[in-house]
Design a protein. Structure first.
Length: 97
């Protein structure tokens, strides 16, 4: 492998499908660069960075974050429910008629 290239992967999942893209990017490439180069945006046009957050190895990050060799770029789907509200509903006492 060239000293100027980094090996990274980009992952995204929906309830129905998981996608993993292994690729090489130039040193100095950002999270956004890797996402664009992977082709994931063409396969999943619903990805919208106004709503989808990104991370590296499970840690939230910015799309301008510079990548390191071996990074796993993750694209997160928006939450379908507020976690606090969902917990309140689960733990609320059930009323009997």
């Amino acid at each position: 492998m060239s000293a100027n290239l980094l090996e990274v992967e980009v992952v995204y999942a929906t309830p129905e499908r998981q996608a993993r893209y292994a690729l090489r990017v130039e040193q100095g490439a950002t999270v956004a660069d890797a996402i664009r180069a992977s082709g994931v945006l063409e396969v999943f046009p619903e990805i919208d960075f106004a709503r989808n957050r990104v991370g590296i190895h499970g840690n939230l990050t910015r799309s301008a974050q510079v990548l390191q060799d071996g990074d796993r770029v993750e694209i997160y789907r928006p939450l379908s429910a507020d976690p606090k509200e969902a917990r309140r509903r689960r733990t609320a006492p059930r009323r009997t008629p």
